[in-house]
Design a binder for this molecule. Sequence first.
Ligand code: FAD
Length: 344
Amino acid sequence: MTTPDHTSDIVIVGAGPVGLFAVFEAGMLKMRCHVVDALDMVGGQCAALYPEKPIYDIPGFTRIDGQSLVEKLVEQAAPFAPVYHLGQLVTALSPGEDGGWRVGTSKGVTIQAQAIIVAAGCGAFGPNRPPLDGLGDYEGAGDPGRGVFYMVGRREDFRGRRVVIAGGGDSAVDWAVSLAEVVESVAVVHRRPRFRAAPDTVERLHKLAADGALELVIPYQLDHLEGRDGRLEAVGVRDLDGGERRLPADALLCFFGLAMELGPIAEWGLALEQKHIVVDPATAATSAPGIFAIGDITTYPGKLKLILTGFSEAAMAAHAIHPLVFPDEALHFEYSTNTGVTGF
Ligand code: FAD
């Protein structure tokens, strides 16, 4: 076996809110972490899907938006000097030479650790893409000048643009209401007359439509894209009776949900249940010794897919991993008020 590029106490797969908090919990028990994420930024769903949306159920914060929570978590983890490997998928997992595990990433980086924490959320999540000819020509994640998007990083990127939003769930309705304040025009294309979103937001959507601040194009479906050189000019839509419309647009935002793809994780031999990793809720241990899982990726009776639940799982995983990293040391449970945050 070749020498790994890095060694660590723990490798955390996924830098979402739960993976980030696991760095802190591990650090408080003097364990070092390397964190790998497929995205080129930390924060998982909070940063990628709803950076500007307020979250109301993080203990101690009456409201905090997704990106601010991520920044606080990064700051909280910083004293423990985590090493981030971003923009790369953990593809390979194999037993390490002297016990523990070795992971390999899509960029060829190898890391050996005593324990693995899988905090991979929805897995290597990707948007459900509409089956439109030439779609790829208009996609360009991170480039606000491109035409087709599956998430909104910054609302300001769409200021003054003509936007078509496709979908009928929370994301479509939320962003239609929010973007209506800054864009030149917004049309919401949905194949059903009813929206599946928070009732008060749907009410605001209909009010904005009645006031002429946005247009509801229902019941229509996306049909084709028009434009050139990756620049979108219009979105063609069609109803069930074959009626067609052409919606002039600079940007199409598709909100058809996320595809839950475990990706390589499905090949690691862990016990799974409906694309989630089965864990012991007392320890976050998976079916493989030394591999733990926390956050949205896990399942056990009564599991709630909430950030605060994931935080608790991170603490339990760190305590369960301690004897693997320090087999000769007894772990005495201590409050952070007693230990302080000494960092590395
Ligand atoms: P994620 O945030 O999904 O992060 C997982 C990370 O793992 C991702 O960055 C992904 O790229 C990475 N990854 C996956 N597989 C690999 C791999 N093989 N290699 C490398 N990296 C990998 N929760 C609340 O508690 N309160 C709310 O109000 C709330 N509002 C929400 C609103 C919206 C619109 C959405 C979409 C979700 C909301 N949630 C809310 C849910 C919350 O965001 C999730 O519970 C939380 O993000 C889960 O955190 P996580 O760290 O487990 O996973």
